[in-house]
Write a protein that binds this ligand. Structure first.
Ligand SMILES: [Zn+2]
Length: 316
């Protein structure tokens, strides 16, 4: 039976308005709706008077202007970035220029992923897969797992959660049980895991990491808060295990290609998400190869053929 994910898609907001969503937390949503962003990027503001901004958002003049104008009477002291996709980090540049606040993040978009022959910042990302990398962002301060970033009246703990990207961070406000979950765990959708920077094994480990933390509420970058985070995280883990089992069933049935697996596993899929589904299946196959369960042509791509290595081997 299919895993029941308790999706949350009821989302009350107004574009361009910085609105309180919890004590000491405000959010302004950018008008960049899409198949990977839901209604748009939610930029969070922590504190009042002296504030931190999490995920300034895309390079969208209207959004950046609204964010800066909304905080005109306050001091932005920190700019935190969950990861370097183009719907999250590019506006950090304009916000920093306007406020002088330094940026904090795990690091630049992963080295080695940039296609040769393209200049920095020249890549829009592959359409139909995800939002693409922001190759320009370099944090002023490198933040690693367990590091604290503190203002005068707030402090956040960085939680490294690779998987969606290798540099993905969640930010926790432990005193209030809040976790800003970025794109790692969202209420409206599963996360896109697309190799090579997307890594299924890392993603599953990062889900487990959050499950054990017991934060009380998640505020993802896209969509509404997740008020039962443990239930949600468990459902995502179960969903990926179910998908993995489906892929193994395909292989047992002699289905060797990613396209044919998507055809069989994603019934009624929105055609706009077909390539993303293929990348997700590829992420599972790479994970299964890493665990010696599957063998495939090298390199492992969506065009390669795959087979089971040991038919009777247990999955977990
Ligand atoms: Zn992302």
């Amino acid at each position: 039976m299919a895993v029941d994910i308790p999706y949350r898609r009821e989302f009350a907001f107004e574009y361009g308005r910085l609105e309180p969503v919890a004590p000491g937390i405000r959010r302004i949503v950018a008008r960049n709706p899409g198949p990977f962003t839901f209604k748009g990027t939610g930029t969070y503001v922590i504190g009042e008077g002296e504030v931190a901004v999490i995920d300034p958002g895309p390079e969208l003049a209207e959004h950046v202007a609204a964010l800066i104008a909304s905080l005109a009477d306050e001091a932005v002291t920190h700019i935190l970035v969950t990861h370097t996709h183009r719907d999250h980090s590019p506006a950090a540049k304009a916000l920093k220029a306007a406020t002088g606040a330094p940026t904090y993040g795990f690091g630049p978009h992963a080295v080695g992923l940039q296609p040769t022959g393209l200049s920095r910042g020249g890549r829009r990302g592959e359409p139909g897969i995800e939002e693409g990398g922001d190759w320009d962002f370099v944090p002023d301060h490198v933040v690693r797992d367990g590091d604290w970033v503190a203002g005068t009246k707030w402090r956040v703990e960085a939680v490294h959660t690779p998987g969606h990207t290798s540099n993905h961070l969640c930010f926790a406000l432990p005193d209030s049980g809040i976790l800003f979950s970025g794109d790692h765990v969202m209420g409206w959708s599963t996360s896109v895991i697309t190799p090579p920077d997307g890594d299924m094994a890392a993603y599953m480990a990062s889900l487990d990491k959050l499950r054990l933390r017991r934060d009380k509420i998640y505020w993802p970058t896209h969509g509404p808060a997740i008020t039962e985070p443990e239930r949600h995280v468990r459902a995502f883990i179960a969903h990926r295990r179910e998908r993995e089992a489906g892929i193994l069933d395909c292989l047992k049935a002699g289905i060797e290609t990613v396209d044919a697996m998507v055809e069989r596993l994603y019934v009624g899929l929105n055609p706009a998400l077909r390539r993303a589904a293929g990348r997700s299946v590829l992420a599972h196959l790479i994970d299964l190869i890493g665990r010696d369960i599957v063998a495939g042509e090298e390199p492992a791509t969506v065009e390669s053929r795959y087979r089971l290595r040991h038919i009777a081997r247990p999955i977990h």
